[in-house]
Design a protein around this ligand. Structure first.
Ligand code: NAD
Length: 264
């Protein structure tokens, strides 16, 4: 297979179904010749993920709950059994108790704060450490974040705080791994209707607001995310690390409601 990613192989973490941001990225990586492995959380997802992986020419699919360090060791062990080295990892994982993705951040419980931080932020660190050990010739690690890390978005609450930690982790990891030619970047995607997003209160309103107010006057798709993911994971972005790249139809540059946007 020829293409930008020919000869490169890597792990996609966080594919749940064909609406997942991970699917948009994986598809474009495959189109450009990458060889892919997939990890999923929980046996229930296996029957969704396996056929999708097959569509992209992969039978290399295994379970990994990123909040469990033994499971992470086991997953990277499986990866290493088949592939001695890898070139990239996509970390498309986030989770919080949906009862706290509405109402006030003020009411966040300690238990959910710690769980959200663990799964949505610390897991990138845990993954990067294990992935880097398999990247002797350099590589690229990509995670997914959201504008709620930078500005208050109603209902995003503790997830916004976790994404801020994730974005700062990207910078520190980029500096730690830079001497090994391993790049670490994030895509800050605009709102897209996925399983994870459906847990966020008033998500339909957020979608509509973004569509009406972003410079491109539309929402982004998983194909938009896939194209930017391909760029950051490929050698086209060989000089880019520690970056949070917005794929949000430009929404983050707008400071006011657009004149032509009707009240919603
Ligand atoms: P999704 O539901 O398709 O993917 C989320 C994935 O996280 C699922 O595959 C789920 O199994 C996985 N996950 C949750 N807890 C896990 C755990 N303990 N171990 C392993 N995997 C676990 O939704 P998505 O929107 O594609 O989310 C992917 C990433 O994109 C998330 O980090 C999300 O915050 C981010 N993001 C989403 C949007 C959006 O609007 N959809 C916008 C910006 C960023």
């Amino acid at each position: 297979m020829s293409g930008l990613m020919a000869g490169k192989r890597g792990l996609i973490m966080g594919l749940a179904n064909d609406k997942s941001l991970a699917w948009g990225i994986a598809r474009q990586l495959r189109e450009q010749g990458a060889e892919l492995a997939f990890s999923y959380q929980g046996e229930a997802l296996a029957k969704r993920v396996r056929p999708l992986a097959e569509q992209l020419g992969s039978d290399f699919v295994f379970e990994c709950d990123v909040s469990d360090m033994d499971a992470l060791d086991e997953a990277f062990g499986r990866l290493r059994e088949r592939w001695e080295t890898i070139d990239f990892v996509v970390h498309a994982i986030g989770f919080s108790d949906k009862s706290e993705l509405r109402g006030k951040y003020l009411d966040t419980s300690l238990e959910n704060f710690l769980m959200t931080m663990n799964i949505s932020a610390y897991s990138l660190v845990a993954v990067a450490r294990r992935a880097a050990a398999m990247m002797p010739d350099g590589g690229s690690i990509l995670t997914l974040t959201y504008y709620g890390a930078e500005k208050v978005i109603p209902h995003y609450n503790v997830m916004g705080v976790a994404k801020a930690a994730l974005e700062t982790s990207v910078q520190y990891l980029a500096n730690d791994l830079g001497p090994d030619n391993i790049r670490v970047n994030a895509l800050s995607a605009g709102p897209i209707k996925t399983l994870a997003a459906s847990g966020i209160g008033d998500f339909r309103y957020i979608l509509k607001w973004n569509e009406l107010n972003s410079p491109l006057r539309r929402n982004v798709t998983i194909d938009d995310v896939g194209g930017s993911g391909l760029y950051l994971l490929s050698d086209l972005a060989s000089g880019v690390t520690g970056e949070v790249h917005h794929v949000d139809a430009g929404y983050h540059v707008v400071g006011m409601k657009q004149e032509d946007a009707p009240d919603i």
